[in-house]
Design a protein around this ligand. Structure first.
Ligand code: HEM
Length: 124
């Protein structure tokens, strides 16, 4: 489990750096067009992903399952896809359907995590 925990925590802290960099640019330029992207990369990217890592670290004696790997893939593809498509939408007014698709995938990744967490805590 340690490797999966490390992957989530490493990617989580990278999302934090991207989100905070964007926050600094917004503050310096007084251009808040991408504020929703800043909020989502910090909260769905950094906070949620870091929590995935910390939860897996707490259950590090448990084996990594295929569901956990599928969740990791879906979680990172969907957070990156959602933030990228949100950026396009707020900059150009286009891509709303793509934002919708990635929003549903982001929700699905949290549902998968709920299934994983219920399984892990049942054994705890
Ligand atoms: C270097 C760190 C950060 C900087 C410089 C920064 C900067 C900013 C700025 C300039 C705004 C726009 C404020 C406004 O016009 O109302 C903002 C909004 C926001 N930030 Fe950050 N931020 C940082 C870190 C974070 C983190 C770590 C999170 C969450 C974990 C976060 C979540 C949010 C949210 C949710 C909003 C929207 C607030 C609203 O809608 O009123 N930020 N941030």
């Amino acid at each position: 489990m340690n490797k999966l925990a490390a992957l989530h925590m490493r990617l989580g802290v990278i999302y934090a750096i991207i989100g905070m960099t964007l926050g600094n640019f917004m503050g310096a330029s007084h251009d808040f067009t991408l504020m929703p992207v800043h909020a989502h990369i910090n909260l769905v990217g950094f906070v949620s992903v870091m929590l995935y890592g910390l939860v897996y670290m707490a259950f590090r004696d448990q084996p990594v399952t295929r569901l956990m790997k599928a969740h990791a893939g879906l979680a990172h593809v969907s957070v990156l896809g959602m933030c990228a498509s949100l950026s396009v939408m707020f900059l150009t007014g286009q891509a709303e359907p793509v934002v919708g698709i990635f929003s549903v995938l982001t929700l699905l990744s949290m549902v998968l995590f709920a299934v994983i967490l219920f399984g892990l805590t049942k054994k705890a």
